[in-house]
Design a protein around this ligand. Structure first.
Ligand SMILES: NC(=O)c1ccc[n+]([C@@H]2O[C@H](COP(=O)([O-])OP(=O)(O)OC[C@H]3O[C@@H](n4cnc5c(N)ncnc54)[C@H](OP(=O)(O)O)[C@@H]3O)[C@@H](O)[C@H]2O)c1
Length: 259
């Protein structure tokens, strides 16, 4: 069995890579960090790597071209990051790059691999979204919105697959805070205790293999996402804003309630 994992150089993606390798999977790993990819190739064995910046559409297609004749069984769309700040103040170019990684690359790879998987009537897609994908997130607005896109796109695809009685499955991983490099990159701290990347990865792999559609690691986060369904939109935005705004530190960094 063979998996392509984006964002495999750190955090949840790296943990998924190690866990799949331990189960005997062959891997294709990608990220921008070439040194880390080389290290993982050496450490894990039976692993191919391809350096790619997924904010560049050409690199996204390059990754697909590299993989398309290699009989991938599992696509893990994991690469992603967040940008913290008031919407009118965050840098437009940074945000457009984030949208390219969090949305466009996920969209392209999901479509191209789904076509191949459907032709073979075999394959699994694991899209790493976030619990933020069910909510509105003032102060991390574009990030939350990008994860909403991943959730909604994946849910729609799942229904099309169900109606086709397809053997192809799609799973959406929606964790709350996870202890990774995410915080450093977004310039935030979490206000609740994060789960580990290993915990999130193990849960994600288990639920993907079970063919479960939505995978939310941790009982309290599952309960939180469920409860959020009954909160009116404006109240949800006010609560999220309040939590995040209150947690701003004196250095001007914020703390995100959910990521
Ligand atoms: N940590 C959390 O609290 C949390 C919660 C919910 C969901 N998530 C989601 O989980 C996923 C993984 O994040 P993480 O928490 O594991 O964070 P992380 O440790 O920062 O890992 C992010 C990964 O994405 C890759 N990446 C970022 N920008 C990229 C680009 N332009 N091109 C290619 N790869 C890129 C990074 O690789 P390079 O640096 O090598 O490019 C890295 O491997 C993300 O989609 C994130 O939104 C995280």
């Amino acid at each position: 069995m063979k998996a392509l994992i984006t964002g495999a150089t750190s955090g949840i993606g790296m943990s998924i890579a190690r866990k799949l390798r331990r189960r005997g999977w062959e891997l294709i790993l990608t990220g921008r960090n070439e040194a880390m990819l080389k290290q993982l190739k050496y450490e894990l064995g039976d692993t191919e790597v391809i350096t790619a910046d997924l904010s560049d559409r050409n690199d996204v297609f390059k990754v697909y071209e590299f993989c398309k004749d290699k009989n991938i069984d599992l696509l893990v769309n994991n690469a992603g990051y967040g940008i913290f700040g008031r919407f009118e103040q965050t840098d437009l170019e940074d945000e457009l790059r984030m949208i390219d990684v969090n949305i466009t690359a996920v969209h392209i790879l999901t479509k191209l691999f789904l076509r191949d998987f459907k032709r073979r009537d075999h394959g699994m897609i694991l899209n790493v979204a976030s619990s933020a994908g069910f909510m509105t997130g003032p102060l991390l607005s574009s990030y939350y919105a990008s994860k909403n896109y991943v959730v909604r796109l994946s849910l729609a695809i799942a229904e099309e697959l169900r109606r086709d009685k397809s053997n192809v499955s799609i799973t959406i991983l929606c964790p709350g805070p996870v202890d990774t490099n995410f915080n450093n990159r977004a310039g935030v701290n979490f206000s609740v205790k994060p789960i580990t990347a290993d915990f999130a990865a193990e849960y994600a792999i288990r639920k993907t293999f079970e063919g479960q559609l939505i995978a939310i690691p941790g009982f309290s986060m599952r309960a939180g996402v469920f409860a959020s369904r009954f909160v009116p939109y404006k109240l949800m935005s006010a609560i999220t804003y309040g939590i995040q705004h209150r947690k701003k530190s004196s250095e001007g960094k914020g703390k995100a309630a959910l990521s």
